[in-house]
Design a protein around this ligand. Sequence first.
Ligand code: CP
Ligand code: NVA
Length: 329
Amino acid sequence: MDLKGRDFLKLLDFTPEEITYLVDLAAELKDKKKKGIPVDTLRGKNIALIFEKTSTRTRCAFEVAANDLGMGCTYLDPSSSQIGKKESIADTARVLAGMFDGIEYRGYEQTIVEELAKYSKVPVWNGLTNEFHPTQMLADLLTIREHFGHVKGIKLSYMGDARYNMANSLMVVCAKMGMHFIACTTPKYFPEEALVKQCEEIAKQTGGSITLTSDTMAGTKDVDVVYTDVWVSMGEPDDVWTERIKDLSPYQVNKAVMDNAGDKAIFLHCLPAFHDLKTQIGAQMGERFGITEMEVTDEVFESEKSLVFEEAENRMHTIKAVMAATLGA
Ligand code: CP
Ligand code: NVA
């Protein structure tokens, strides 16, 4: 498998075999890291990280993985570069590609990261856009595989806003990997029809399936993975909270949902999560709406079924695999 020089922008661009290769490589790199075996085969290379939205996991995963691989790493935050304000994406891509061996981009529309890649002669990695979050998918696949021993045939139910980056990406990855994706939410929040159709076509080839349902119990019955995400994503206006809480509260992941899922079912969340009032926004929402939890109850979040911190750690091993594969370790 040769992925050297490839961009990593969305999983629609990758075959099931390529995706499996990246997850296998991540598992191997994880094992080596645990055993203290260094893999610094990218010594002398440098990468740039562009973040137009905030991050904890993705930024740290790229930085630690780059260090482990022996690379230098430069972080550009939303306010400290000329991108978009004084310099176009096309110009930025050509400037950075002259200095760096790879570029990570987190921001708004998918078209921006696609344009960056078009003008960059070095690999570009999507660290999250409004539409897709592909590096998160590799971490989720690794976590699912570690728990169940396989990914094919796994039933995954996504509850919440299924029109955004997380549900879109999960639907694509399930279709690609022969898994069963269920969007369990109110129809207003179902994924875009064109992407559903595209994923249904892919799923036909792989033995996967796509289901859209607003029935909470039917949508989570005997599933293997219950997945959710924040109800309001980065970059969305503050005034959507009222509507989201009203619309999505019936799709909160709680004990009843987990009890209805399969015996070995796990809970996953890309994080950050609103499961208590211990954050600024959590506390504000508590005051405004008289609630103590949002997309997931604290009980489920803290339960044994919740693998969210294993999942978060896997961000680093999988991002390392993406860089090693595309930079040719
Ligand atoms: N899951 C995820 O992408 O987390 P960050 O926003 O902290 O990077
Ligand atoms: N949907 C969330 C995912 C965060 C990792 C957001 O875009 O903010």
